[in-house]
Design a protein. Structure first.
Length: 438
């Protein structure tokens, strides 16, 4: 499988080479800071070497647990929120398709999610499903104390124990959490659950290539070796090359900072493949939590085209010029679907009949890029050869590395998230949590 690559040809009227030359030193300095561990948040750089240093025995244990649980579960509930949820969902949905129908193989359970919401109706629906299906659970929380997954786990654990008895329920639960502390760690020890460790030095939004993402992705029937191999190959490129032309992560970090300094405060990550919808959700957390602080940072936004061209297209074309667009462009589809010939041609689309849907989609993409450039929106294209584990592994590492570099160029600590606490404190006070005054 070929590599992902960055296409900057549609930026020529927005960013000139002198601007890139002048930011290049800052980008290289940021890269040195990241790799040397000399910047802010350097306690959280465990993700940088992780794909290469991943323990083969941990991967084998994951596969063994998947085989054991897949034999007895038709549904697999993944409980987690934010960085303990979005990466797995991004990869699983990208690979299985929006309707789940692109996943050709095997006897793997259907993955459903919990702990990412406090909606009562959602849990009613989930419990109805779990009443009918054999299931197993992964509960994922680095701190082990986050309210949303704790509430979800309390509900699901009680249901599971009632359905199978406490001993069998314990066999069906895997906990992924801190090695030494936290409520989830303590529950897992007490109940004898199978446990995986989230390394101390890997923050939630950078954890998809640890057991946090690997276990659910393997459970859904996808090849985690290929995912890791894509990440390793991209890591090599990101680490070894100091050339903006050859190193897509450095070029992306440079471009978004040049554009930001020129007033482009919003980045829209765009796809023409709806199966990448959750990839954008993962990316939004990665960049939003890493850069949105100290009154600074590009606002990450996402759109699915052509769907959203019929809702947000007007704004992008003619609204305030505060954005740039990053298009995830997929070259080859996995499957083909023919457009039938119709003698009567009442809908007038016989002219498309000789073309593949992908050719039509690619022309929609090119037409959109041209229109948006003409309308004053800079466009960067990330070309993906297809959607497969190896490519997604590359894409994940590319975005992570670029995020670390870009955050340092912006001048923030890309690895903390102090602002996430504010809503929690209010919520705890309102709910009367002990220790939080009304
Ligand atoms: O990136 C982050 O740190 C957050 O999004 C966390 O992942 C999220 O809040 C969940 O935290 P935890 O895994 O501790 O339950």
């Amino acid at each position: 499988m070929k590599n992902i690559s960055l296409d900057t040809q549609h930026l020529s009227s927005f960013v000139d080479s002198s601007e890139l030359n002048s930011i290049q030193q800052e980008v290289l300095e940021a890269k040195r800071t990241l790799l040397g561990g000399t910047g802010k948040g350097s306690d959280f750089l465990g993700w940088v070497p992780f794909p290469e240093e991943v323990s083969p025995s941990m991967v084998e244990n994951i596969k063994a647990d998947v085989a054991r649980l897949a034999a007895k579960a038709r549904v697999f509930v993944v409980i987690g929120i934010g960085g303990s949820y979005l990466g797995a969902r991004a990869v699983i949905e990208a690979l299985q398709g929006e309707l789940g129908g692109l996943h050709a193989g095997g006897d793997f359970p259907k993955v459903v999610y919990a702990g990412h919401t406090l909606s009562e109706d959602y849990y009613y629906e989930l419990m109805n499903l779990l009443d009918k299906e054999d299931y197993a659970v992964a509960v994922i929380s680095k701190s082990g104390t986050t309210t949303e997954p704790a509430v979800a786990f309390r509900i699901v654990k009680a249901h599971l124990e009632k359905k199978y008895g406490r001993a069998e329920a314990a066999e069906r639960i895997v906990a992924i959490t801190d090695e030494h502390r936290g409520a989830l760690h303590d529950i897992a020890q007490e109940e004898g659950y199978r446990m995986y460790v989230i390394p101390d030095n890997v923050g939630g939004r950078f954890s998809v290539l640890t057991p946090v993402g690997l276990l659910p992705i393997a459970m859904a029937g996808f090849d985690i070796d290929r995912l890791l191999s894509g990440a390793c190959d991209m890591r090599k490129l990101c680490v070894e090359s100091d050339s903006l032309e050859d190193n897509p992560a450095l070029m992306y970090a440079a471009l978004r900072n040049v554009l930001y300094r020129k007033g482009r405060k919003v980045e829209m990550l765009v796809n023409f493949e709806p199966r990448l919808r959750y990839f954008s959700e993962w990316w939004k957390q990665l960049y939003g939590e890493s850069e949105g602080k100290e009154g600074k940072g590009i606002l990450p936004h996402s759109l699915c085209f052509t769907t959203d061209l019929h809702s947000m297209g007007q704004y992008v074309q003619e609204g305030e010029r505060l954005m740039f667009e990053t298009v995830m462009s997929v070259k080859n589809p996995q499957f083909s679907v023919a457009i039938p010939w119709d003698e009567r041609n009442l809908d007038g689309i016989n002219y498309l009949q000789q073309k593949s849907l992908t050719e039509i989609n690619h022309n929609a993409e090119l037409g959109t890029i041209m229109a948006h450039c003409d309308g004053g929106v800079p466009v960067v294209r990330i070309e993906l050869p297809g959607i497969a584990e190896y490519v997604l592994g590359q894409l994940i590492y590319f975005f992570e590395f670029a995020c670390g570099v870009s955050g340092y160029v912006l001048g923030v600590n890309p690895f903390d998230q102090p602002g996430v606490e504010a809503y929690k404190k209010n919520m705890f006070r309102l709910l009367g949590k002990p220790g939080y005054n009304k």
